[in-house]
Design a protein around this ligand. Structure first.
Ligand code: SF4
Length: 69
């Protein structure tokens, strides 16, 4: 996958269904294949990391838990 810059990463997060108030919402789970969300742990779903996105996206060593960047 092409390495995305900070602006591109932020744009992806802002469109993500588990993005909430600058956080990757740890009260939600996302299916990376379908973008479906869940409020509880389910097979094939990944829990939000609770990271502050404006901070996480700035470090190019960090990656989206759902493989979006
Ligand atoms: S890090 Fe990934 S899963 Fe979390 S809000 Fe951003 S795009 Fe969504």
């Amino acid at each position: 996958m092409k390495e995305l810059n900070i602006k591109e990463r932020l744009a992806i997060c802002k469109e993500c269904p588990i993005y909430t108030n600058d956080r990757c919402n740890a009260k939600l789970w996302i299916n990376p294949n379908t973008d479906e969300i869940s409020t509880y742990a389910r097979t094939g779903f990944i829990r939000g990391c609770n990271c502050i996105i404006s901070v996480k996206a700035r470090n190019l060593n960090n990656h989206c838990i759902a493989g979006k960047w």
